[in-house]
Design a binder for this molecule. Structure first.
Ligand code: ZN
Length: 181
């Protein structure tokens, strides 16, 4: 989950604060900062209050996020990259397990290419038996792991098989030649 801190700039308030009000605001925010970093109870209470506020104001949150993303493209990229790097290993493990499950199902437990018997799962793919796989994937807006998720979510529909990348390529070429010659 990517979190963005909601900060209402002082200049956004309707009236300009006087010097003493400004000092008080600064002192309050300093105090809050210290409490946040030193008092776990305060932090917990404040997190709950923030969460409540966010849940009660979804449209403000959405508008704020959209505005923030537009105004901070580089920070956004850096956050996405940090998130990706932090979760990359877990994501790769999840993807590998999902792919093996789907391959296992569509190869009837053999984990082999249906045409030549090749076994390295890195080069095994899911093939539409009747062709038109690309068109179907575009229709359901799925590719890569989200296509595997779609297959599993739909109870492994019939009409698919496991082919290695070579056999997939050879099949695609012969389909193409049949269609256009
Ligand atoms: Zn093959």
């Amino acid at each position: 989950m990517i979190c963005e801190t909601v900060i209402t700039p002082i200049s956004d308030t309707k009236t300009t604060p006087t010097q003493s009000q400004e000092d008080r605001l600064l002192n309050t925010s300093r105090l809050n900062w210290v409490l946040w970093h030193t008092d776990p109870d305060y932090r917990e209470r404040q997190s709950q209050a923030n969460k409540k506020w966010r849940e009660a104001h979804p449209s403000e949150m959405k508008a704020h996020s959209t505005k923030w993303r537009k105004e901070h493209p580089d920070e956004r990229k850096a956050i996405m990259k940090r998130y990706y790097l932090k979760h990359r290993a877990a994501h790769e493990r999840w993807h590998a397990k999902l792919k093996l499950e789907v391959l296992y199902h569509y190869s009837n437990g053999t984990m082999k290419c249906a045409s030549c018997g090749y076994t390295n799962p890195d080069a095994l793919t899911i093939d539409h038996v009747k062709g038109g796989g690309g068109k179907h994937r575009r229709e359901i807006h799925r590719s890569g792991s989200s296509f595997y998720v779609w297959l599993r979510h739909n109870g492994y529909p019939a009409g698919y098989q496991v082919l290695c990348a070579n056999c997939q390529m050879i099949k695609m070429k012969s389909e193409y030649l049949r269609k256009y010659q």
